[in-house]
Design a protein around this ligand. Sequence first.
Ligand code: HEC
Length: 106
Amino acid sequence: MKKEWMALAAAALLPGAAQAGTAADMQALADKNGCFACHGMQSKLVGPGFAEVAAKYKGDSQAAARLARKIREGGKGAWGPVPMPAHGNLGEADAKQLAEWVLSAG
Ligand code: HEC
């Protein structure tokens, strides 16, 4: 009985990064990392609107991994000559979640 209780407690304490973030969590994460300085949810600011990104890569099963890398390393050329700066401080798991969240925007 005591053992079961310990296992339950351990499960409850697992880091949140292991779970998919809710939309509100993801919005907060994007906000915290300054994404909205250059991206609108719908429309272009400096970079493309996240809904535009989702539409462009619809059906592309490789897009999440590619975008996660681009968010961390930066890059240009997909939308124009203006580069996105690197976000090297962002962990791989966070970058992947952000990429998947962007792809689900729309
Ligand atoms: C200083 C401005 C700036 C910031 C801050 C920024 N971006 Fe970008 N982002 C851009 C620009 C410019 C592009 C277009 C790059 C290109 O044409 O390839 C872009 C492109 C993208 C793309 C599409 C990439 C592609 O290859 O199609 C995604 C996804 C993205 N940004 C997500 C994010 C996320 C998530 C954050 C926050 C962690 C973020 N951006 C922060 C400017 C920014």
